[in-house]
Design a protein around this ligand. Sequence first.
Ligand SMILES: [Zn+2]
Length: 204
Amino acid sequence: MADGDRLPGPLKAVVEELARLPGLGPKSALRVGLTLLKWPRERSSDLGRKIVELREKLCLCERCAGLSEASPCDLCDDPRRDPTQLCLVTEWDSVLVLEESGQFKGTYLVLGGLLNPLDGVQPASLEFARLRDRLAQGQVQELILALGSTLEAETTASYIKNLLAADFPHIILTRLAQGIPLGSEVKYIDRETLKQSLKYRQNL
Ligand SMILES: [Zn+2]
């Protein structure tokens, strides 16, 4: 920040942290910081407490690795969901988008990222152990990849294809149809495109 050094210490500290948030540059971070100062004291304390509670009250669901207040989460605990279909997503917010489409009645697993050997993202840093466990339980008949169409998604998809071929050859592997623009992430795809992609998913 150009004039960041002139900010009083406590404000500077908050603005520097805010500037790390997605979509917030130094200028908007300063605007947010000043807005927080104008808020009534209780309201800004309340916000601070809620941020602390984010980590304290949320956990990762033991089955799907999604964010939840309880484990297993509501989705995994719902007997109406079809356990034979497992949809693999990169991040938890993709589950929200897919659920909003209302098309999918199976279950999910959040991988936590995509393989990227150049950046040091190896299988061990993602939820592959959880995926294996889940597949080994024997209920899943179809694994649907909803990983997007980036280079990392392709790398991850071929890794999973090999994993299935070696250890779970009976499980059908599909992925969302490629109506999805190249280079895009599932969470940014509009609802209709996603709906179509799921409906016309392809064997992998
Ligand atoms: Zn869950």
